[in-house]
Design a protein around this ligand. Structure first.
Ligand code: ADP
Length: 284
């Protein structure tokens, strides 16, 4: 089983020829409401990769919260650990996208700032990101490790990483940009991170285990249309395969194939592949 401790957002995406400047109004062309938040994305990724998944997080007592709960239900994700907080909105991201695919984003954490751990269900893998209070993630990891679970951190946004969180991680999965913000692989090793997986986009990923040379996880060749959600697909699928008992190299290969497939469909949640498609890519 996989427990995901993290954020859920309803993203509001408007397209316009160009983005408005301060004080300016522009006409938009299209609008869509799409489920998001790294926590929700990774929970859906793990569920589609075949794991039994429980989500720990929070939404508001509003329509957006209902939408996100139906997304969880649609993928069979246990929402018993999801708080419904009244008086605050469900997390939102207001996203403007222009014709050059440049974007500007306002994120309002809303209910994501009110997550409580309560009874975190027992599981073999706990995965978290840092769009919620890092102290809460550290506490969830501490409890999970004491119960024998493997803890996986996707340190995004990297600004929210604390030494306390890192102290309770078995596996840390940054992308190159996040790794740089964290001060590089050597610094993380000094802080006690023994297993680091650096995702490298189209180049695949590197497994860096303390005291050994990096091992490249080769990319699966695909024709990308939208890379949104690739990292979440990778992290969710890796957790699912570790929970199923795979050794790390096999789980990483599956995660790389899953991440590659996520780039071939637009959007985050709609692009997250099922296990049969991922297996088909691996088996060629
Ligand atoms: P993030 O979305 O967090 O920046 P990456 O872009 O590094 O994450 O993607 C996560 C993983 O998905 C990569 O490690 C790789 O395995 C896979 N992936 C991403 N983009 C591609 C691509 N263009 N071709 C093949 N695999 C990809």
């Amino acid at each position: 089983d996989v427990v995901v401790v993290g954020s859920l957002n309803l993203d509001l995406v408007a397209r316009a020829t160009r983005l408005p400047g301060p004080g300016e109004t522009v006409n938009g062309s299209t609008f869509a409401e799409v489920p998001g938040g790294k926590g929700l994305n990774q929970a859906v990724a793990a569920a589609r990769a075949g794991a039994r998944v429980a989500m720990v997080g929070a939404v508001g007592d509003d329509n957006a919260g209902d939408v996100l709960r139906s997304v969880l239900a649609g993928d069979g994700i246990d929402a018993a650990g999801l708080s419904i907080v009244s008086g605050v909105p469900t997390g939102r991201a207001l996203i403007g996208v222009d014709d050059a695919a440049e974007n500007s984003i306002i994120v309002v954490p809303g209910a994501n700032a009110h997550v409580t751990l309560g009874e975190v269900p027992a599981s073999s893998v706990v995965i978290a990101q840092l769009e919620i209070d890092p102290a809460l993630v550290a506490e969830a990891f501490r409890t999970a490790k004491a119960a024998g679970a493997t803890t996986v951190l996707n340190p995004a946004p990297a600004e929210n990483v604390t030494d306390e969180v890192l102290a309770h991680c078995d596996i840390v999965i940054p992308n190159e940009h996040e790794l740089e913000l964290l001060g590089g692989a050597e610094r993380l090793a000094e802080l006690g991170v023994t297993t680091l997986v650096v995702t490298l986009g189209a180049a695949g990923a590197d497994l860096v285990e303390a005291g050994s040379d990096p091992v490249r996880i080769d990319p699966f060749p695909v024709a990308p249309v939208d890379t949104t959600g690739a990292g979440d697909a990778f992290c969710g699928a890796l957790s699912a395969r570790l929970a199923a008992g795979d050794e790390l190299p096999d789980a990483l290969r599956f995660a790389a194939a899953n991440g590659a497939l996520a780039t071939t469909v637009a959007g985050a949640v709609p692009s997250l592949p099922t296990a049969d498609r991922t297996r088909a890519l691996i088996e060629g």
